[in-house]
Write a protein that binds this ligand. Sequence first.
Ligand SMILES: [Zn+2]
Length: 246
Amino acid sequence: MESVSVSLCWRSYWLESGVGPCGVAGILDVVMHAPAHIVKPHAADIEDTVAYVIGLQDSHGNWPSKAGPRRKNPLASENTLIQWCHGAPGILTLLSTSILSCSTLEFSSELENSLVSALVRGASLTHSRGLLRKGPGLCHGVGGTATVLFQAADALASQPEEQRACLRRALHLLQCYAELRGGRHFAKPDRPWSLYEGVAGAAAALTEALERVEGLLSQGAEGMGMPRGHPSGLLGSGDLDLPARA
Ligand SMILES: [Zn+2]
């Protein structure tokens, strides 16, 4: 039976909560937002674990919901879900944070190249499957897929073509939502006004889109990046950023 063998093996998270933001990817993302002097001693373990997550990406660019024996479950082994809470979009958040942490945590160039490659593939899939119909929120809606594409764009500053592609894709998804909303194209979520299921999440993503477009109009291509002066992300993911201690 397949097992999880990796430096940071939170068994219950790998097997029960999963690979995505409710599990391993979420833990790693939060850890990397901690002050550098706290995280740095553990950089090798983090690098090994991030590399393991990258290795789970399938031939389509998606990720399984769970690692280890649970992948034998037919429902878990088909990597069909592509939304922030399961699949590529949630992993894009981790990959983007990891790329932005490469310098601080002194990750290897091999890992950095793998991160960029996995992020580019995952971003393409997230765009092609990202017009989700479960509602417009951040968790399993178009607000979430657009937001992680903005985040990917911030992390791909060294790849200008890929960066622009991610920005175009995020804006495209939100334009589709804006044109289709109000009809029967989107299911009504259980909490239709909420941040993670409903229109509050779409409003957050649209606000970011407006900021980026306004930046583009006023400053040219440079104005499309990081409108708030820090990398994009789902609300709250960057709130733990503290000044690095020398
Ligand atoms: Zn969800």
